[in-house]
Design a protein around this ligand. Sequence first.
Ligand SMILES: C[S@@+](CC[C@H](N)C(=O)[O-])C[C@H]1O[C@@H](n2cnc3c(N)ncnc32)[C@H](O)[C@@H]1O
Length: 247
Amino acid sequence: MKISALFLLLTFSPALTSCGQTTRQNPGSSREADTSKTAYQYREAGYDGIGKVYMGREIAQVMGHLGAAWLDRPEREQEERTDLLLDALRLKQTDVVADIGAGTGYFTFRIAPKVPRGKVLAIEIQQEMIDDLNRNKQTNKAPNVTPVLGTISNPKLPANSIDLALMVDAYHEFSHPREMMEHLVKALKPGGRVVLVEYRAEDPNVMIKPSHKMTVAQATKEMKAVGLELKEVYKQLPQQHVMIFGR
Ligand SMILES: C[S@@+](CC[C@H](N)C(=O)[O-])C[C@H]1O[C@@H](n2cnc3c(N)ncnc32)[C@H](O)[C@@H]1O
């Protein structure tokens, strides 16, 4: 591994990060925005968690903008086989895709050319990421990309407007997963899909902090709570599973 890559890994990766990489959330303010009052429990925060528990899972801290360079590292395609991930989405040219927790737009700008008659809504809660998305939209000349500033509990999508809700390495850090998913389910068009890509918690060889990994069983339980059913799991990626849900 090159020195520069090692530096980024040590500094920003969810596996080995320092405190600078994640944004510790205040469980108090997180509680204030809870509309599903019974959905959450609170406890002392674990390693890189926020002390808020949803269906037995402690929610992870949000990856801060300081980690943006890690998302765009050149070796990511090889390490995560993001090319296979994109193929697994089986996109149609007309699809309207919401990339929720888009970060700097690693996936947004790879999806945009695959949906020339559709569009990509890149949803983020961090203004710095929205600024990056706007800059990258110019650089990539991607007129069918729209960055959207959402809130921690609402992706700000109209009802019945999207074919695919994609969350890559993002859902586990939503502080309001129930509220987010309720909005997303309403935003799906008939036949629409929800795709979660998460590091495999079943596999001890995946060297990522526990709160940044998820099992298929946990994800299935959480999606079932909002009326979604597991349709397919794509298992060909080195460290993650691609879990495809529908109504
Ligand atoms: C680890 S990054 C992944 C970024 C991108 N999906 C990628 O793989 O390159 C997770 C992102 O989710 C965003 N996020 C966390 N909670 C969110 C929410 N409720 N709505 C939208 N984005 C959120 C964070 O701001 C962060 O940029």
